[in-house]
Ligand binder design. Structure first.
Ligand code: BGC
Length: 388
């Protein structure tokens, strides 16, 4: 009897033990994550909502901070050739700067990146008047664009990378745009030192959309001087000439034998002060280049910038047909940003992948119309490296 009991107890015990979760091996991930995510408070908006800063570090020296206000990239820390880690983007140490005086530093721009003449357009026979905020024109989404709203933010980590999923519902007629626009922007920081920005949107009424990202880069690190020494390449045979209000004339202009030819790597400062009608209208470079894509919507590497002193290299791939290269011409020292630095003339450069400016009023430009049965989806990738 006792022997039987004992042996059955032993069987039950062995069975129960075998069923126990193998704690040790389950709790230890097979491969430890190469990413570190930290979350800090970045202040409070006048309406009372808290703003959070999410920092993502990979194991190859790239550290990126993003806030849920405006989806703003506040810092990109990356080493130079000697290993010195410094910040490569313009911005502010505190939320107040972004609320008060930011010329779209690091922000997500929408619903329409770039200008729409007089803020007017017609869609399916219906005329719309958008908010005007730039010499009677509409710029970067209007008075309160996507750069000035609080996004729902969810940090994540996947096999692919770590990052932030941002969501914003832009209500019907916000800033004058028709349709409830449901927007998802995902930043993914990867271990190969790339940052992917993926934009998706859907609408319940026909509308227009042209989202972009407005980081000002200065690869010298911690913004030591202007960007005129940066060597830039843009794979584009033509660009979109503009009028005095920086509104497209509707033509395309060949870059051949102009200061706009960046098909070969050229320092920004080499030709920026030449006598040239388009340069004087832009106050320097402030134009949309028409990218040479092998396939219109393919993700292709089209822009490169390199700072010869630090050896830092920035590259950009996009699915978009154009890129606005803005050489920070409106910076004039009146804004003091991070590290107590006054941002002087041309202290930062922007590469804003986008559809062409004023597309809703230009029949020959690729369409920016989004209909209820469609999904808007574009992708841009930034890659950081050091010259060999
Ligand atoms: C525009 C500039 C403008 C800047 C900041 C750029 O995208 O092209 O003209 O000054 O944004 O608003």
């Amino acid at each position: 009897m006792t022997t039987l009991k004992l042996s059955s107890l032993l069987v039950i015990f062995t069975f129960l033990f075998a069923c126990q979760p193998q704690k040790k091996s389950d709790e230890q991930p097979l491969v430890s994550s190469p990413f570190k995510i930290t979350t800090t408070n970045f202040g409070v908006l006048p309406e009372g909502d808290s703003v959070t800063k999410y920092t993502f570090a990979n194991s190859n020296g790239l550290e990126v901070s993003i806030i849920n206000y405006g989806g703003i990239v506040t810092n990109i820390n990356f080493p130079d050739t000697s290993g010195k880690v410094e910040d490569l983007v313009l911005g502010f140490d505190h939320l107040e700067g972004y609320l008060k005086e930011s010329p779209y530093f690091g922000a997500i721009v929408g619903r329409y990146g770039n200008r729409i003449a007089q803020g007017k357009f017609t869609l399916n026979g219906q005329a719309y008047n958008l908010a005007t905020n730039n010499n009677k024109n509409h710029l970067h989404g209007g008075l309160k664009g996507f750069d000035k709203v609080l996004w729902d933010a969810t940090p994540f980590e996947s096999a692919d990378g770590a990052g932030l999923k941002l969501h914003y519902l832009s209500k019907d007629m916000e800033e004058g745009y028709p349709g409830n626009l449901d927007v998802n922007v995902t930043y993914t920081i990867k271990n190969d030192n790339t940052i992917e920005i993926d934009y998706k949107a859907t609408t319940d009424k026909p509308t227009i959309v042209n989202l972009t990202q407005h980081s000002y880069f200065n690869l010298t690190g911690d913004v030591k001087r202007d960007i005129l020494n940066h060597e830039v390449m843009i794979l584009a045979d033509s660009l979109i000439p503009v009028d005095a209000g920086l509104i497209p004339t509707g033509e395309m202009m060949s870059v051949t034998e102009t200061p706009f030819d960046f098909r070969q790597v050229t320092p920004v400062g080499d030709r920026i002060d030449e006598q040239d009608e388009q340069l004087s209208l832009g106050g320097g470079y402030d134009h949309c280049w028409v990218l040479d894509k092998t396939t219109p919507n393919a993700l292709e590497w089209v822009v490169k910038a390199m700072d010869p002193e630090s050896g830092r290299v920035f590259e950009l791939a996009t699915t978009e047909p154009g890129v606005q290269f803005y050489s920070g011409n409106f910076l004039d020292g009146s804004i003091t940003g991070k590290y107590k630095t006054a941002y002087q003339h041309r202290y930062g450069l922007c590469f804003e992948p986008e559809h062409f400016p004023d597309s809703p009023n230009q029949a020959n430009f690729p369409s920016v119309v989004l209909n209820p049965d469609e999904e808007y989806h574009t992708t841009t990738v930034w890659r950081f490296s050091i010259v060999e």
